[in-house]
Design a protein. Sequence first.
Length: 398
Amino acid sequence: MTVPVSVQQRIRVLDARGASWRSIAKEVGVARDTVAKYAREEDCSPEPEHPVSRPSKLDPFKATVDEWLEADRFMPRKQRHTAQRVYDRLVAERGYQGSYSPLQRYVKHWREEHRLAEDGFVEIECRPGEAQVDFGLSQAVIGGDRVDVHCLVVTFPYSNMRYCVALPGENAECVCAGLRMVFEHAGAVPLTLVLDNATGAGHRVAWDRVSVVKVFELFIAHYRLETRFCNPNSGNEKGSVENAVGFLRRNIMVPLLTAESYAQLTRYMLERCDAMARTAHYRKGRPIGELFAEEKTDMQPLPAKPYDAVRWEVRKADRDGRVQVDGNYYLAGPSWRGWTLDVGLRAFDRGDPYPGRAHLREPAARVRGLARHDPQPRHAPARTGTQDPRVGRFHHPQ
C-alpha cells in the first residue's frame, strides 16, 4: 500500500522532534517498519514511475522482432520494416496471436532506444539577409507553345519572403539572370546565398570542395555575395525554399498560365509574390512584407552597374555563315563564312523563337578595332555586308 505524502511528511516531522517510532506508528496509524522506512529516507526527490511489468503474449517474440529491426539498420530507409509489416510477418510466420497495439509500442520504443546520433534533426536558424535558391519545373503557354518553365525560386527564411521568376533553363547564365531580376525587384542584395547542389551554377564535388562555373563565380564577386552549397541529398539544409517551390507552383502556376514571353510571365509571378506577402507570418504573426522591409536594412544595396551574365565562346562560321554552340546552329550571315567569331551566350536569345540557349553580341559596328583571334592581333577596318545583329566581334578568316 502506498503511503500518502502527507503521512510521510508527518512521520519525518515527528521523528525530527525526537518522538519514538512506536508512538509515531500509533499516531499516524501505520506499522513501525513503515515509520522506520520513511524516517531513515535521506532523499525525497521525485523519481520517474516504473510501470509494473506484466506478462504479454509478445514476450516470446521480442527476440525475433529485435533481430528483424537490427537487420533493418543495414537496409535503405524506405525498405525497412514498419510496425504493421512486423505484425503481419509474426502472424503469418510465427503464429503470433496477440494484438497490434503492444507490438506497435514495442517497435517505437526499440527504435527510440537504438536511434543513431545522426538520425536526429535540429531546426536551422536563419539570419537576416540570407537567401535560399532552388528550381522548380512547371508548364505554361509562352508565345503560343506549351513549354516547360524552369522557375527559379528565391526565399528569405528570416521573413519568409518568396520570389519566383520564369526561365528557359537551369544553366549558370539562367541562374545569374534570374537572381539579378529578383535582386532588382526587391531593391536589395542578400548577404549569403544557399544553393542546391545540383544547380547549373556549381556543385559540391567533395566535402570540402565546390566546383563553381566561371559566369556564376564572377556574378557572386560582382554582388559581393557569400555562397554555401548544400550537401548532396540534403534538402533539409534549405527547407525554406524546398517548401516554397511546391507552394508557389500550386498558388501561381495553377491553372495553366499563358504569356507572350518569359518576361511577361515573370512580371506576373513577381506581382503574385508581392500580393502573397500581405499575409501574416506563420509564427511571428506580422505581415511578411513588413518583416521583409525590416530585413532589407541588413542587406546590401544594388551595385551601380548590373551584371551581364554572358559566357563568351570562340566559334568559326561554316560556309553558310552559321556558328554551332552547344549543339545549336545560329546564323551570323553569309558574309561571315569562314570567319572566327566571338559568340556570347546569355539566358535569353534576342530574336530567337526559342530563348534560353544562346545570345550573340550586339552589332559589330560598335567595335572600331577588329582583330584576328591569335596572340598577335592585326587590326583592320570593319567589313561591309549583311550580318546578323546578334554577332559580336568578328575576325579575319584563317
